[in-house]
Design a protein around this ligand. Sequence first.
Ligand code: CA
Length: 521
Amino acid sequence: MEPISRRRMLALSPLACGPLSGLAFGAAGAARPNILFIMTDDHSSQAISCYGSKVNRTPNFDRIAAEGMRMDRVFATNSICTPSRATILTGKYSHLNGVPVFNRFDGSQPTVAKMLRTAGYYTAIVGKWHLGSDPTGFDYWNILPGQGVYNNPVLYDKDGSETYKGYATDVITDITIDTLKRRPKDKPFFMMSHHKAPHREWTPDEKHRKMFEHKHIPEPANLRDDYSGRTDALREQKQSVFHDLTRRDLKLQPPPGLSGAELTRWLGVKPMEVETEIDGVKKTLRGKELEDWKYQRYMQDYLACVQSVDDNVGRLLDWLDSSGLRDNTVVIYTSDQGFFLGEHGLYDKRFMYEESLRMPFLVRWPGVIRPGSTSSAIGINCDFAPTFLDLAGQPVPRDMQGRSFLPVWKGKTPRDWRRAMYYRYYHDPGDHNTRAHYGIRTATHKLIYYWKKDQWECYDLIADPHEMHNIYNEPAARKTVAALKQELYRLKKDMRDDDQFANEQPKESSYVKAPPPRKRD
Ligand code: CA
């Protein structure tokens, strides 16, 4: 347990004393804490060493876990960028916040940022926003247009855009630190620092570009899943490492002279034959040799992008420490959803399988969260907003659909904590021909329903953690399936999902262009 420093006790402002008194251990609860929420895009927990990664080491993510808590069962309710972000801001499922696919977020609705601002917090967001409309409820915002770019990114605020020299992950961390330095010191802060990395097309920075080049990255055991016993969904998807990565994804060099539409078309090809140089020898790769190479090539860049985030998280933690903000700042690290790193032969997310469903969730709060603790309580991204409000001593609106993590963080998970979570994905066919589905996950099982196909999958997560064996039609599983179905329909109703968006088609309206450059004084 971290001792409460004398310096910090003296630094507590009388204005900041309030509703959290008594919630935390000893004097640590006397002030409303700052909240630093760091979120990446598409970072899967299989690529974080404190979650047991077999493919990389991440000392700074691990540092948050070692000094705080690692939550092992936090899940996205709709595993795709824009919907997850809308859920985090509103504490509501997609069907209630109006963002089931890439819809434009209606910023006039209540959000946790607005509530914290009203409650006296300084609120800021920096980096990836990806909600189609401009942020509301923030004292300061400076965001990437749509997906943004990795190198020399443009960000924009209410006054216009600016091109920042450098790599997106470094730039977003720089602006985060600058904003925190400039913040009003008489208020606690709520800072959302949102990275672009490690989103497709996985462009690493110069420092890490070659870090994994000559390393053999272990393949997941089910990289060559043949989908036997499963529904049509896995067979119909177009998010396969072997079949759907493009020349752009694989960083193949175009022939000289190509430009414009011609170049775009060349880069968009999914190559079934690749000429490359291995150990100084030119070689044409096909078949299994090409498949193996594609997996390595994909992972090399993905992991190098992650490594830059790890460095920058370390930089941010060091800055908090050196600024005297360590003790009274809750630091959270998460990603908008998980990602497939070759499991079931896939990249991307969307499916309800574990690697995509699970969000990494690490949190540090010295003096309150026991260092090195873990939790297997089932959390969802609807819980984030209620948690932030609870930290600020604010009531949680009744129409939010989550619960505060605070008791879980203190090692006192309430007896009536949820035993199952409800999931619903809509973006069908979308960019990857992923079939729409809904389902539930309990501590031991998962039931998935592809409603447009009327097909089911059920997994025993204890006996079959990699979800390879669909037990839905097995006589021995009949009772289990019936109980899961009953719970699924109960939860669906409880979450007020009456199929409002069942036929929603993919939209592209969350993609925006940057406004003209800011006028300088
Ligand atoms: Ca994402």
